[in-house]
Design a protein around this ligand. Structure first.
Ligand code: SF4
Length: 351
């Protein structure tokens, strides 16, 4: 593992400041960004529009590496789970989810996760470490290069391994590079940050950048939410919802609340009525996801009838409530199932 800093951790403005301080012209920074994010260079040696001596100088000081693609598993429904190996040998996973005319990329922001949500395989592992900006954006540049022919990645969800807002600065820097015209050029309307509910960071995110926000809700009251999601003991529902109400949503954008239905735990009709009451007045939609069982998981998948009845209560209360089909279950790529562990033999290997 190299101990040189990665040029991909820097924004355009930071690269500009760096090379101006080296006595070079500012526009060279835009050339470097173009090589990194549009042409796909992974070393300075490939950046042939830069003078040879400058390339050598940069190569001496920086790396331009991406996470290494370790393995790809393809689900029966075409979902692809990609295992990346980081410079220190740790592994993280991303998921490519097929849509009608595009792909959605679900990427990771941490190796493991400290939040300990009971229903999540990533959460059972604890936190190994935060990902750097280059390790977050590097999943995207690699995925884009390895996306099957024909369809483009149109949406990015930061919903893979880890809690993005617990790795706030690196996540923000990565989003700035993902949305920069000189970076990957994604619209911020196409990027969704998912959180388990770090209320102060939700407020900060709303002040710093304008991206979509998804909140993992999963229970209609504090008692059960605190049992399922330890974060709720620190930021209970009233605090979380106050932060959500203040989150800026221009135009017709809505917050998304994710609700994982677990049989006999949070899937009753009364629970649905409580959720409807809880979210009253919040401009939002709900994504309902039937729990995906994983080896050793303490919860069970609810029946399709229970899920439909839960949805109907929310529809009756005039919410947009979408049943999200779980993708990639057979390769443990569905919500809450990412482990960052390569499995043997080609079959199996997050929120
Ligand atoms: Fe972490 Fe998200 Fe899993 Fe909770 S659901 S443990 S925040 S990865």
């Amino acid at each position: 593992m190299t101990d040189k800093p990665n040029i991909r951790d820097l924004s355009l403005e930071q690269i500009e400041a760096l090379i101006v301080s080296q006595g070079k012209q500012k526009y060279r920074a835009r050339q470097i960004m173009k090589w990194l994010y549009q042409t796909g260079a992974t070393s300075f040696a490939q950046m042939t529009t830069l003078a040879r001596a400058f390339r050598a100088e940069m190569e001496e000081r920086f790396t331009a590496s991406e996470p290494a693609l370790d393995r790809v598993q393809t689900s029966a429904d075409s979902t692809r789970k990609v295992l990346f190996r980081l410079g220190d040998g740790l592994a993280v996973e991303s998921v490519l989810i097929p849509g009608k005319n595009h792909w959605t990329a679900c990427i990771s922001t941490q190796a493991g996760c400290a939040m300990g949500c009971l229903f999540c395989l990533t959460g059972q592992q604890g936190l190994r470490r935060n990902l750097s900006p280059s390790e977050i954006t590097g999943q995207m540049t690699m995925l884009r290069r390895h996306t099957p022919e024909g369809l483009q990645i149109k949406n990015i969800v930061l919903m893979g391994m880890g809690e993005p807002l617990a790795n706030y600065d690196n996540t923000l820097q990565a989003i700035r590079i993902l949305t920069s015209d000189h970076g990957l050029g994604f619209s911020n309307r196409k990027i969704t940050v998912s959180t388990c509910g770090l209320a102060p960071k939700i407020v900060q995110l709303g002040q710093d950048i304008c991206v979509n926000l998804a909140i993992s809700l999963n229970a209609p009251d504090d008692r059960r939410r605190s049992e399922l999601m330890p974060v709720n003991r620190k930021y209970p529902l009233a605090t979380l919802l106050a932060a959500c109400r203040d989150y800026p949503m221009p135009g017709r954008r809505m917050l998304t609340f994710e609700y994982i239905l677990m049989a006999g735990v949070n899937d009753s009709l009364e629970d649905a009525r409580q959720v409807a009451e809880l979210l009253r007045g919040v401009r939002c939609k709900l994504n309902l996801i039937a729990f995906n069982e994983f080896p050793g998981s303490p919860f069970k998948t609810p029946t399709p009838e229970a899920v439909s009845a839960f949805q109907q209560v929310l529809l009756d209360h005039h919410y947009t409530a979408i049943l999200r089909a779980s993708r990639g279950r057979d390769i443990l790529a569905a919500c809450g199932q990412l482990s960052g562990q390569a499995a043997a033999g080609g079959a199996p290997g997050p929120a």
